[in-house]
Each structure stands twice: as C-alpha cells, then as structure tokens.
Design a protein around this ligand. Sequence first.
Ligand code: PRP
Ligand code: HPA
Length: 172
Amino acid sequence: DDVALKSAVRLIREVPDFPEPGVLFRDISPMLADPAALRAITDALGRGLEFDVVAGVEARGFLLGAAVAQAFGTGVIGLRKPGKLPEVADRISYELEYGHATLELPADTLRVGQRVLVVDDVLATGGTLGAACRLIRQAGAEVTAATVVMELTALEGRDKIVDEHVRALLRS
Ligand code: PRP
Ligand code: HPA
C-alpha cells in the first residue's frame, strides 16, 4: 500500500560524490534488504500491468526483476553487460554521456510476441533503459512498460524512451 511504499522509499540512501565527484548516488541496497520494503516496491512496479515475462537490467535490475517476476508469477530474463553470457540471442549498443555500452539478451529466453516488463533501479540519462526496450523490441517482443524505482528528472532520461510507457515509483 501507499504507507508501505513511502516507508520503503525512505530506505534509499543518498551518497554524495559516487562514483565520481559531484554525483549524488541513490543506493537502493538498504531498501532491498528490508522485507516489507522489498514487498512494497515489488508490488508497485508490477501492479495493474499485463506481462508474460520480466527483463531485469544488470545489475540491480536483476534483484528487482526476479522479485517482481516471482510476485506476479512470471519468469525473469537478465539483460547483461558484454562478455558474461555463453550464448547471446541479440545485443544492442548505445551511447553514454562519455563512450558507449552494450546490453545482451541471453539465448533461449525471450519468445517472439511476449509482453515484457522491463525493470531497473534508476532512470538517469535514460540510455540504459531505452536500450533495454529497443533490445526487447528488436527481438520481436513487446514492451508493456519500462519501470524503475527512481527517476532522476533533471537528466531528462524519459525523453529517450518515447515509445514506451515509463513507470517511476519516485521522482527526484
Ligand atoms: C546504473 C543503473 C541503471 C543505469 C542508469 O547502472 O542501475 O542501470 O545506470 O543510467 P542511465 O539512465 O544514465 O543509463 P550502472 O551502470 O551503475 O551498472 P551496475 O548496475 O551494473 O552497477
Ligand atoms: N543510482 C543508481 N544508478 C545510477 C544512479 C544512481 O544515483 N545514477 C546513474 N545511475
């Protein structure tokens, strides 16, 4: 419920100057470690949405994604950084503020036409979540929604995810 969700959100830590000076890093680790908070966040991410499978983005999206999948009775797919998977079905590269990154879809996981709930912890510049959604669609599946615990609105990441429904439990 709303009260549980508000208590959960208070467990997000704000850490100045990580990973570099000037960045205020939001760390959801204490929230995940709390049973009531994990339950509230998990329910809020998936509530009212129709999906066949969850895709969690490495690394914190793995933890949240698996919890959401279990709560709503689906399986979970981990979208991985390069070099980790023995067999890759598809991959996508995308631009970061400085440099580029790649996400990979494991072989024999996503099926054509499946409705996918994409889950991650934080929407910052939107590069990661946007690429995750493109990777899903490129593989012939459908993105039900792109969901995160927290959206950092000043970075305008939502503008990069124009084709999808974005759900953020918290904006900051
Ligand atoms: C963080 C976060 C998102 C992404 C958001 O992951 O968990 O996946 O960055 O940033 P963006 O909106 O600017 O793309 P990070 O790169 O720290 O990787 P990790 O979870 O593997 O530590
Ligand atoms: N927390 C987690 N991941 C992030 C953040 C943050 O504050 N900023 C960019 N990616």
